[in-house]
Each structure stands twice: as structure tokens, then as C-alpha cells.
Ligand binder design. Structure first.
Ligand code: UDP
Ligand code: MG
Length: 346
């Protein structure tokens, strides 16, 4: 049981300074900006090595890119940090790429950041210092504001989190992103989460430990465009909601109660009107409206149930979340002696 394991891990006491940090970067068609991003990561690694005596590696997970990403990543210099390149057998999606990175990370603490330059490497120092100096286990970042986003999107996000957190014991922080650092024990806890339908932000919040928020201003994408559109965002939201909350099912029960109560009141009203005042009740319009409302709500709720059943099916099938096509490890001069991990898929 994951909860039991988490408890045991929590008892081991404060987060000890670990021996290293693995930076996991999912990349999908990011060949153009990868070299400059790597330079910036290498610079941060140099700083972390001198300031915190921290060993750093970077794990690029090529999520089935159609461009030159894999080739570019394999040509990056392992200086001053080790470079791992995990090439997946096809595009599995960002959540799967993040899991592949987590599985291949070797150095204790794990930091996740996007490969499009939107997560500024300069902020990594702040995240590391919250972990090492202040003893936090999960340091997550959140957009300082959403002023540059459309009203519709902001409202959508707000409602999504409201529903997600509705009467939930564990609240998932609004606006938190995937740019986050996990201490070794938090990363281990995350590895023990067995589910295949992964909603990363939710999972790393669910594990508990000491969590802290850092506000930041996301940079513009360096090139290309975001792979998310309205539909994929709605997909991710449904995924997040159904993995983390039974709120939609509760909404179904609540709606049922409200409709039954309305029907009862309406029925009482009709009886009174007919018996006491002898009025002729117009049947046709109220009948049709009633039928349509009932039919619509029932269909909608069958859809909600279907989402959960679909989730059950994919969990029961138990397929691997990703397959690795190629895996290379380039050691920096400082760490030539460390053995390389096996190329294992869970
Ligand atoms: N990404 C990925 N697999 C995908 C889509 C995206 O690994 O199927 C990576 C992408 O290369 C980037 C990160 O996930 O590093 C975030 O993607 P994107 O910029 O499209 O999302 P946004 O910043 O708009 O949330
Ligand atoms: Mg982006």
C-alpha cells in the first residue's frame, strides 16, 4: 500500500542533504532550443557544484520527437554534468515522459523542468536552496499571475481547481506547475505510486511531506508553439479530475437529489392546484421539458460514470506507461567511476 510506505519514509526524519540532483527535462520536438537550454543548465550545475557541493545530472527524455531532438540531445557535452538521453519508442505524452525521467534519475533529488525554455534555469538555484537550506521536500512553482491569459482560460482553470478540491481532504494548489523539485525521499514516494493514469501535479502534492510554493514568471516559449490546445487541456482536466477526485460522481448524486426534490414539489403543486382550485393543468410543455431535462442529465452522468470505468479498464490492463527505444549515459570527467543504470522499463 503506498500510504503505508509513505508513512515509513516520513518517519526517517528530516530531509538530509543528498549527494545529488537529477534534472529531468521532457522534450518533444525541441531540437532548436536544446543546445542553448543545455548551456544554461550547465551553468546552473556549475554554480550548484561550487556552492552546495552538489553533483548534478540532466536526463533528457525525448518523447518520440519527429525532428532532430534525439540527435541534438546525444551530441550535448557532458560538462560539468552527466547527460542521460532516454529516447522513447513513440510519443507517449508529457506525463509519461516525466515518469520515464523519474525512473532513470540516479542522484537522489529530482527536478522537473520543461525543455522549451519557459521554466527559467536561473530559478533552479532558488528551488535547491529551499530544499537544502530550508529542508523542504517538495518545492513547487506557481505562475505569479495569469494576466496574459484569456478570461475564458482563467475562469476554466479556476473552476477546474474548485471542482478538484471540492470537499477533498487534500487540496491541490491552484496554478502549481510541473516545474518542481523533489527531495530524495519525496522522489522515492512518487516512484511508489502505482497508477498508470498519471496526473503529476496531483501526485506530488498527494505524497505530503514538507511542501513549499515559489512564485515565478514563466518566460515566453523560445521557439515553436505549445502542444496544448483547448481539447488537450480539457482532456488533461478530465484526466486530473477523474484520477484525483470523485467530485463528478458526487455532483451526479446531488443533481439526482435536487431533481427528485423539484419533482416532488412540482407534483404537490399540481395536486393542490387541481384538487383545491380545479384548474386544468397544461400537460404537454411541462412533460416535454421534464423528459428532456431528465434525459440530458442522465446521459451526462452516464458519461461521467464511463470516464471512471475507462480509467479502471486502463489501470487493470496494467500496460507499461512508456517504452524506451534508446538510452545513453554520458559521464562527465568528475563521475567516470559511477556505474550506469540498466535500461529497464517498469
Ligand atoms: N512535451 C512532451 N511530450 C508531449 C508534449 C510536450 O514531452 O507530448 C514536453 C515539451 O517538449 C515541453 C513540455 O513538455 O518541454 C511542455 O510542453 P508545452 O510547452 O507544449 O506545454 P505548455 O508549456 O504550454 O504547458
Ligand atoms: Mg511550454
Amino acid at each position: 500500500m503506498p500510504s503505508k510506505t509513505v508513512k515509513t519514509a516520513a518517519r526517517t526524519g528530516k530531509s538530509r542533504p543528498a549527494h545529488g540532483l537529477s534534472i529531468v527535462v521532457p522534450v518533444f520536438n525541441e531540437a532548436k532550443g536544446l543546445t542553448s537550454l543545455h548551456d544554461r543548465i550547465a551553468e546552473v550545475a556549475r554554480f550548484l557544484q561550487s556552492k552546495h557541493n552538489l553533483e548534478v545530472e540532466v536526463v533528457y527524455v525525448d518523447d518520440g520527437s519527429a525532428d532532430d531532438t534525439s540527435h541534438t540531445a546525444n551530441a550535448l557535452p557532458a560538462l560539468p554534468l552527466d547527460v542521460q538521453v532516454v529516447t522513447l519508442s513513440r510519443n507517449f505524452g508529457k506525463e509519461a515522459a516525466l515518469l520515464a525521467g523519474l525512473d532513470h534519475a540516479r542522484l537522489g533529488a529530482v527536478l522537473f523542468m520543461d525543455g522549451d525554455g519557459q521554466h527559467p534555469p536561473s530559478l533552479v538555484e532558488t528551488l535547491v536552496s529551499r530544499w537544502l537550506d530550508d529542508g523542504f521536500d517538495v518545492v513547487y512553482t506557481a505562475k505569479a499571475h495569469r494576466e496574459n491569459e484569456s478570461f475564458l482560460r482563467r475562469t476554466g482553470v479556476h473552476w477546474f481547481y474548485w471542482l478538484l478540491n471540492w470537499r477533498a481532504r487534500l487540496k491541490i494548489p491552484e496554478d502549481a506547475g510541473d516545474f518542481r523539485l523533489l527531495s530524495p525521499r519525496a522522489a522515492n514516494a512518487l516512484r511508489q505510486m502505482p497508477e498508470r493514469n498519471r496526473f503529476f501535479k496531483g501526485l506530488s502534492s498527494w505524497i505530503g511531506f514538507r511542501q513549499v510554493r515559489v512564485d515565478y514568471e514563466p518566460a515566453e516559449r523560445e521557439h515553436g508553439s505549445s502542444t496544448w490546445n483547448v481539447w488537450s487541456l480539457i482532456g488533461l482536466s478530465v484526466e486530473g479530475l477523474t484520477s484525483f477526485s470523485v467530485a463528478p460522481l458526487r455532483v451526479a448524486s446531488l443533481l439526482g437529489v435536487v431533481m427528485a426534490a423539484t419533482a416532488l414539489l412540482f407534483g404537490a403543486y399540481i395536486v393542490i392546484e387541481t384538487v383545491l382550485f380545479g384548474e386544468d393543468v397544461p400537460g404537454y410543455p411541462s412533460l416535454v421539458v421534464g423528459l428532456m431535462v431528465l434525459g440530458g442529465v442522465q446521459l451526462m452522468m452516464i458519461g461521467v460514470l464511463g470516464e471512471y470505468i475507462g480509467k479502471l479498464l486502463s489501470e487493470i490492463k496494467g500496460r507499461p506507461v512508456y517504452f524506451v527505444a534508446e538510452h545513453t549515459v554520458k559521464h562527465s570527467a568528475a563521475s567516470k567511476t559511477r556505474p550506469s543504470p540498466d535500461d529497464v522499463v517498469e
